[in-house]
Write a protein that binds this ligand. Structure first.
Ligand code: AMP
Length: 381
């Protein structure tokens, strides 16, 4: 297969969004000799601190967006809530990878789930809701249980309400206060998994994981790989993820998150068309990390090896770790096999992702114990 014209090192990559995912993308891009321009509404951001140029503009300031796009050779994004008008404005000048169409599907739970279901892929059963009456009708079908989620702007458990026998559906609906939502069936899962896939312009595809993920208050807490699960589950999760990236024609990186039900069925919970928190362990544990794959894929370069050096675990550092006292970095660094990653955010707030720790060990379980001990050491003063 002939390889499309690559965007070679020395070129300039544009990134929409300026959080930690953009920062780690920019670090990988710069290591490969690219220049990076970031655009977001904020200033002195995690990405801006390591990019060559930081542009502060509203995503809907289309003149500034055009100015941004004309400075770069390709555009990617680091979160899925970039407005469609923004990517369309960029596409007038340069390629956007993954394409705006992938973003459009992924940024709305109803569109995403319908797309995957219609493609024959296993998704959590859901009902489309445009009114409170739709919710009442859906609850009759689910036996009164479910997870009510906004169609737009949902992540990390934001915009969702669990409904069970003790919940007043009217107040749940009012709490959400949106014109479009879905009711998902409540899945009493065995565990949560994710696969990060990278796909190049010529269709080359590699996957990482599945990672086994545990959450605290709906936010990812710890990821481990390899997941200690039967081979059948590991292979099937990678196959489904591969299928999703191929069908959506993703050029770049996409994460597919799953529930593994108690009877061993894999159901897709959601997709994210960008590197993912659960893939952060690839930075220390794999030959090529998810961020370098994003750079390679959007530039039309061959992908790197996804070989894992050793079993690994990653623990998030939320702002909570900064309370009541700032973390004891000497204690963390004294555990000299623990890799500390910080995102340069000035203000620690509870629930805010400030950094993460990664540990490699002889087994993923050992790595998990060690990484959790390291996080505790940060706080034990
Ligand atoms: P989400 O933002 O949709 O990924 O949801 C955040 C977390 O809420 C998930 O990682 C699960 O732990 C939990 N959750 C979401 N949807 C469901 C569901 N349908 N059944 C059970 N738990 C869920």
């Amino acid at each position: 297969m002939s390889r499309p014209q690559a965007i070679e090192p020395g070129a300039t990559l544009g990134i929409l969004g300026s959080g930690q995912l953009g920062r780690m993308f920019a670090i990988s891009a710069r290591r490969l000799g690219y220049r990076v321009v970031v655009l977001s509404p904020d200033d002195d951001t995690p990405t801006g601190q390591v990019a060559d140029v930081e542009m502060q503009a509203d995503y809907l300031d289309l003149d500034r967006i055009a100015e941004f796009a004309q400075q770069v050779d390709v555009v990617s994004f680091e979160f899925e809530n970039v407005p469609a008008a923004t990517t369309e404005a960029c596409e007038k000048f340069v390629p956007v990878r993954p394409a705006g169409q992938v973003l459009y599907i992924s940024q709305n739970r109803f569109r995403e789930k319908s797309y995957l279901r219609d493609a024959g892929l296993p998704v959590t059963p859901f009902h489309d809701l445009r009114s409170f009456e739709d919710l009442q009708a859906a609850l009759l079908k689910t036996g009164g249980n479910g997870v009510l989620k906004t169609a737009d702007w949902g992540y990390d458990g934001k915009g969702q309400v669990r409904i069970d026998a003790g919940t007043d559906p009217q107040s749940a609906w009012s709490q959400l206060n949106v014109p479009h939502a879905i009711l998902e069936e409540f899945i009493d899962f065995q565990c949560e998994l994710s696969v990060v896939g990278a796909r190049g312009m010529d269709g080359e595809l590699v996957t990482y994981g599945p990672m086994l993920n545990t959450h605290a208050h709906h936010i990812l807490d710890v990821s481990i790989a390899p997941a200690p699960l039967p081979d059948r589950v590991l292979v099937e999760a990678c196959d489904i993820a591969r299928n999703v990236l191929e069908r959506m024609n993703v050029v770049g990186v996409m994460c597919v998150e799953f529930f593994l039900t108690k009877n061993g069925q894999l159901l897709i919970n959601e997709t994210a068309p960008r590197p993912h928190n659960s893939g952060h362990l690839t930075i220390d544990a794999h030959v090529t990390c998810q961020f370098e794959q994003q750079v390679r894929a959007i530039c039309g370069l061959p992908l790197g090896s996804n070989r894992q050096h050793r079993p690994a675990a990653m623990a998030n550092l939320l702002g909570d770790v900064w309370f009541p006292n700032p973390p004891d970095w000497s204690a963390a660094c004294a555990l000299n096999d623990v890799k500390v990653h910080l995102y340069g955010k000035k203000e620690a707030r509870k629930g805010r992702k400030m950094g993460h720790l990664t540990v490699l060990a002889d087994s993923a379980e050992q790595a998990a114990q060690r990484v959790i001990a390291a996080r505790n050491a940060l706080q034990s003063q």
